[in-house]
Design a protein around this ligand. Structure first.
Ligand SMILES: [Zn+2]
Length: 266
């Protein structure tokens, strides 16, 4: 096949959630771990059914990075770029600086990976799109992932009246989920180690809106660093053919794990 090709690295995370309750409505004010499902299409679609975009994974890893850096006493960006309230009260917890404030003079490791409004991230989180397995009818698709989705109908009643102020369905999903993070630039060993350890730490934070009720447990099953060569071309009839050749980089992962935190080697 003649066409174009591109070589890059990516991390594939195979995770499993027994049950994850997602947030309803937009995440407010940088709330921790608010996983959000955005529906698209009709429930009654004849094809694969309603699709949902799982949002909040980047934020989840972001918070895990903050947690592991704090444990090592390394100052990194906070997710907030506000330093103080209008009354001048400090908003930032100790051990953090406002998002992007370290750049460019003393750029912290989290900013090197995640960036901020002043610099692009080195990590591209591929969208996680799920469909209900009940609707997927055993079809295998590469873009969507079939999971179990349940909806609980709820009415919130206004106190002392019979008027319903909210009528919404709360959604849960469970089963395996694959998360792909594409590396837009080469990471140093230290950066790779920091990212891998943040991923390993992330289940400690839970996922979803109901973390405190135990509704957001996530188990990690496998983490793989891959080198990918993706090529795309077309045949004589113009049909586009896409191919991916992958190679797993176990040794590089191991070296990364040793490289962060740096003090462990000193
Ligand atoms: Zn920073």
């Amino acid at each position: 096949m003649t066409g174009i090709s591109r070589k890059f690295k990516r991390i594939i995370i195979l995770a499993q959630t027994p049950i994850s309750k997602t947030g309803n409505g937009p995440a407010v004010g940088g709330k921790v771990n608010n996983l959000l499902l955005l529906g698209n299409g009709s429930e009654k679609d004849n094809g694969n059914g309603k699709r949902y975009l799982v949002k909040g994974i980047r934020g989840w890893i972001n918070h895990a990075m903050m947690a592991i850096a704090k444990e090592e006493g390394k100052e990194v960006c906070h997710t907030s770029d506000k330093i103080e309230t209008q009354k001048g009260e400090n908003l930032l917890p100790e051990g953090f600086h406002a998002n992007g404030k370290c750049y460019p003079e003393k750029e912290c490791i989290k900013h090197r990976l995640m960036g901020s409004i002043v610099k692009q991230s080195k990590l591209k989180f591929e969208p996680v799109i799920i469909v209900s397995e009940a609707n997927s009818r055993g079809k295998r698709e590469t873009i969507t992932q079939a999971v179990h989705i349940a909806t609980e109908r709820r009415n919130a009643l206004k106190s002392k009246s019979k008027f319903s102020i909210q009528d919404f369905g709360e959604r849960y999903f469970s089963r395996e989920l694959t998360i792909k993070i594409e590396l837009l630039e080469e990471l140093t060993r230290e950066e790779l180690g920091f990212l891998l350890k943040a991923i390993l730490y992330a289940p400690e934070l839970g996922l979803g809106a109901s973390v405190n009720n135990g509704g957001g447990r996530v188990q990690l099953k496998q983490i793989t660093l891959q080198e990918v060569v993706r090529s795309r071309g077309f045949d004589k009839q113009g049909k586009v053919i896409e191919e991916e050749k992958t190679r797993n980089l176990w040794k590089e992962m191991e070296e990364g794990m040793k490289a962060w935190p740096a003090a462990a080697n000193a």
